[in-house]
Design a protein around this ligand. Structure first.
Ligand SMILES: [Zn+2]
Length: 74
């Protein structure tokens, strides 16, 4: 099976552009690798999870405080 030959924009080496090649289509596999690990793909989701966890903690705290107040009232 023949894949299209592309020239890497980083090192200007020719490489086969495979459909399952990770990283950028205009970069050879060896130049895609460091860029891939630096890609902020995981960060937004972890930030979001962290923010959600903080919100959940705050909500749980508020609920606990409210429960305490209700218990004091009754
Ligand atoms: Zn390259």
């Amino acid at each position: 099976m023949a894949f299209p030959i592309k020239t890497c924009v980083i090192c200007h080496e020719e490489f086969e552009l495979r459909p399952d090649k990770p990283g950028f289509a205009n970069r050879c596999p060896s130049c895609s690798e460091p860029e891939e690990s630096a890609e902020p793909q995981v960060r937004p989701s972890s930030d979001y999870a962290e923010r959600r966890a903080q919100l959940e903690v705050a909500a749980a705290r508020r609920k606990a405080m409210r429960d305490l107040l209700y218990r004091k009232d009754s």
